[in-house]
Write a protein that binds this ligand. Structure first.
Ligand SMILES: [Cu+2]
Length: 105
């Protein structure tokens, strides 16, 4: 019996799938670390508050807001088109950081 090799393996690999990445921002000593993050839509970003006082991660234009994060709290969101830009802490407006979106990949 002849077994045909009729199956073409896989589909075109010309378009590489980019697996979603999980980014972590540590809040410590009144700072977001790292303060600059570049990511792709569909990635996840998690803020961990390791400071001894509460903080928020809030888009400067308020499009998104973690709400108050007490010590050891965390907040997670999926990166969408509205995630990019500057964000700050509502309790400490001097705390500022930035998310940028990769446009070429
Ligand atoms: Cu704060």
């Amino acid at each position: 019996m002849i077994v045909g090799l009729g199956l073409t393996l896989g589909v075109s690999s010309a378009q590489e799938a980019v697996a979603p990445v999980e980014h972590i921002v540590i809040i410590e000593a009144l700072e977001y670390v790292p303060a600059q993050l570049e990511m792709t839509e569909g990635d996840t970003i998690i803020w961990f508050n390791r400071d001894f006082i509460p903080h928020t991660a809030t888009a400067t234009d308020e499009r998104w807001n973690s709400g108050g994060l007490a010590t050891t709290d965390q907040w997670k969101t999926v990166v969408g088109p509205d995630t990019a830009g500057e964000y700050f802490c509502r309790y400490h407006p001097g705390m500022v950081a930035r998310i940028t979106l990769k446009t070429d990949h």
